[in-house]
Write a new protein. Structure first.
Ligand code: NAD
Length: 309
């Protein structure tokens, strides 16, 4: 089938685009290269360097006539969303509506929307959290991901545009950048390899740092492949359901690298949740999905990538 991958020059979108191509699909990438890179764009894909807010998105989708739009393009930083809510809403809401309008008029069958299980639910009382928990977002980024999911429901009801929403936990792996504000795994690995001292952000009463659910990018890729023809009209958590503090993550990385540097500590950043852990049973039931990687095997793959770059 023909698939448009927005954000296909970024960390996760480029890994997903590679897998779609390897599975024999035609891939068209739309990315404005604001945080993505030209060198991540698979040469076998058709590439448009365009903003998803652009009026030209409509003519691109009409020309390409894709079956599925896999929407990874986003302002993807929680602290940036809190500092600049208009910027976040422009890409993550207005840009998404622009894409949905064009998807409908160009005859696309389905949208795979990338939501955030790591942010959407807020400080959830249900822990690990299922998709049934009512999200109480605590950042602009999370609010706008929730709004995106509501739009999906509207477009399916109004125009019959099918969708699957994938609520990723904290994704890590090859191609994640270490100079952004997200991506603690790549930040720790790159700093340690350079002999620099990484910083653990934390709340004073949570000395080991935030609890997160770290999922390896190839597992996330597998969820996108499954969502091409499964999971109609539903949202799914994509995580490991294994809690990991920032300190435990740090220890895993330093042990695998055999580099022991005592980290610095700093205050939690704007919008940082204390705890996040996802129950993924629904994805197993409907998508036949479960993670193949645990933290140890995923970190080993990621370290290999950073050492070989
Ligand atoms: P990324 O920044 O590497 O990728 C985002 C891509 O979108 C980049 O290539 C960027 O250039 C592109 N982009 C941004 N604004 C655009 C615009 N207006 N028009 C066209 N292209 C635009 O980030 P990522 O970590 O790969 O995130 C991909 C998706 O996954 C995002 O929707 C993000 O919200 C979501 N997500 C990521 C995580 C994570 O842990 N990394 C967790 C949950 C959800």
């Amino acid at each position: 089938m023909k698939i448009v991958v927005t954000g296909g020059a970024g960390f996760i979108g480029s890994n997903v685009a590679d897998a779609f191509l390897a599975a024999g699909h035609e891939v068209v990438i739309i990315d404005n290269l604001s945080t993505g890179y030209r060198h991540n764009v698979n040469p076998a894909a058709v590439f448009y360097e365009k903003d998803i807010c652009s009026p030209e998105i409509s003519s691109i989708l009409h020309k390409e006539k894709a079956d599925v739009i896999c929407h990874h393009a986003a302002q993807a930083s929680v602290p940036v969303s809190v500092k600049d809510p208009l910027y976040d809403a422009n890409t993550n809401v207005m840009g998404f509506i622009n894409l949905l309008q064009s998807a409908v008029s160009s005859g696309a069958r389905k949208v795979i929307f990338i939501s955030s299980g790591g942010a959407l639910y807020g400080e959830a009382e249900e822990y690990p959290t299922t998709e049934n928990y009512r999200p109480i977002p605590l950042s602009v980024y999370a609010i706008n991901k929730m709004v995106g999911e509501i739009y999906l429901h509207f477009y399916k009801h109004q125009y019959g545009l099918d969708y699957t929403a994938l609520r990723y936990a904290n994704v890590y792996g090859p191609r994640q950048v270490s100079h952004g504000e997200a991506g603690v795994v790549s930040i720790f690995i790159e700093k340690l390899l350079k002999g620099e001292t990484p910083t653990i952000n934390r709340y004073d009463d949570q000395p080991d740092g935030m609890i997160r659910d770290y999922v390896f990018v190839q597992d996330v890729v597998k969820a996108n492949l499954a969502a091409l023809d499964k999971g109609s009209g539903e949202a799914f958590n994509i995580g490991t359901c294994i809690p990991c503090s920032t300190r435990a993550l740090y220890n895993e990385i330093t042990n695998q690298l055999c580099i022991w540097i005592e980290p610095h500590f700093s205050q939690a950043r704007l919008g940082d949740l204390r705890n996040s852990l996802l129950n993924y049973q629904k994805a197993t039931q409907y998508l036949g999905w479960k993670p193949d990687y645990n933290l140890s095997s995923g970190i080993a793959e990621t370290i290999k990538y950073f050492k070989n770059r």
